[in-house]
Design a binder for this molecule. Structure first.
Ligand SMILES: *Cc1c(COP(=O)(O)O)cnc(C)c1O
Length: 382
């Protein structure tokens, strides 16, 4: 809930901006910490979901690790206090320069997606006289039942190593002097709300455990990736970490001494953030009314990019209900946050909250149209 006192403060602040409710963030992190402590499963926060400096510092203060997809993210994670020994580095296109810097920083593990990548890591590690710990990101061929642009683990995907290539991968790795294979890694997709998807992942993992064992390979890490969805209809609803952890506990057969790692992103930060904006104009269309905001797809691209749904609230009106297309000011038709939604009568100057915007919001902002990047405001600064 965004309370009246907070709304009164919003009136004094230039819009648009991201508002982060620290009570929500702390309560989410406390829940996650509790589950992680109880299970012994290790959490690596997926930095790409939100790399705001203060948010990273808060998350690192819980002792979690970081899952990074560029060296700049690794560098931001280190600056925010994450331990190098708890940083993993994922991505299909790590550059030589990034690999070199990550090896020098002494990160925990590279999550690798192809033979040529492992070859380059071996080459650079040899030059630096270091051993690179790697995990294989394996394509589990599971349909995530989410939007196709955020589905990663179907058959012809750029992500992950195909199981038919695993024999070859092991052969190569055996010949690489400076590679230490420590784990298997998965990431099925994002915004997954059906627990059955994770259950299928557990079965695939158990099969692969047997495959590796039968090849005489002991892996110390099983990394299940991220993907836990949040409820965009109910911004007040916390993610169901308890269900997720108990599902992993019930369905993955870990071998003695094996650690389970996970990489939640959206579920950690999604519900604590809202994009706050002002209505610039109400414009008549043929059939609909347009509420034109001062925030646009450059501030929050998810609706334009994935037809994502965010709950939209007018914080300063309690008039009778009308229907609006809520749009931004950018010169693109896709710059639309929602079509034909009910809002209380909306006027120029009203303050609009686009909820559940803590993940893949500020982190994906751009300067298209040469707009300013959105600022961030934390609840304890008001
Ligand atoms: C994006 C990503 C995550 C985080 O996904 P969420 O859906 O935000 O939890 C975790 N691991 C990898 C490899 C990713 O690419």
């Amino acid at each position: 809930m965004i309370d009246l006192k907070t709304i009164a403060k919003f009136r004094e602040i230039e819009t648009p901006f991201y508002y982060y409710d620290l009570d929500v963030l702390y309560s989410t992190l406390n829940q996650l910490k509790k589950e992680s402590d109880n299970s012994g499963y290790k959490v690596h926060y997926a930095v790409k979901a939100n790399s705001n400096e203060r948010i990273l510092k808060i998350i690192s203060s819980y002792g979690f690790g970081a899952d990074c997809v560029s060296y700049n993210e690794i560098s931001a994670a280190l600056d925010a206090g994450f331990a190098a020994s708890q940083i993993v580095f994922a991505g299909v296109g790590k550059t030589d320069k990034e690999i070199d810097a990550a090896l020098r920083a002494g990160i925990f593990c590279f999550n690798c997606e192809s033979i040529p990548e492992i070859e380059v890591i071996n080459h650079i590690a040899t030059k630096l006289n270091k051993v690179a710990r790697i995990a294989l990101r394996i394509n589990p061929y599971i349909e995530a039942h989410t939007h196709k642009y955020i589905t990663t683990a179907v058959e012809e995907s750029k992500f992950g190593i195909n199981t038919w290539e695993l024999d070859e991968v092991l052969k190569k790795i055996a010949a690489f002097s400076n590679i230490d294979l420590i784990g298997m890694h998965f990431h099925v997709g994002s915004q997954i709300t059906r627990m059955s998807v994770f259950k299928s992942l557990c079965s695939r993992i158990n099969e692969l455990q047997e495959w590796f064992s039968s090849h005489g390979i002991n892996l110390s890490v099983v990394n299940v990736g991220g993907g836990m969805g949040i409820d965009y209809e109910n911004p007040e609803k916390a993610p169901q970490f308890e269900d997720y952890f108990s599902l992993m506990n019930e369905f993955i057969d870990l071998l003695p001494g094996q650690e389970l790692h996970m990489e939640p992103g959206r579920s950690v930060v999604g519900q604590c953030g809202s994009l706050i904006s002002r209505v610039l104009y109400i414009k008549n269309g043929n059939q609909t009314l347009f509420a034109i905001l001062d925030a646009g797809m450059t501030d929050l691209i998810r609706p334009a990019l994935y037809q994502a749904h965010h709950k939209i609230e007018n914080l300063t009106s309690d008039g009778s209900i009308y229907r609006y297309d809520v749009v931004g000011p950018i010169c693109e038709s896709s710059d639309t946050f929602a079509k034909y939604i009910e809002l209380p009568e909306t006027k120029r100057g009203d303050i609009i909250a686009i909820r559940s915007a803590g993940a893949y919001g500020e982190a994906m902002a751009s300067r298209y149209n040469l707009r300013n990047l959105p600022k961030s405001v934390f609840s304890d600064e008001l």
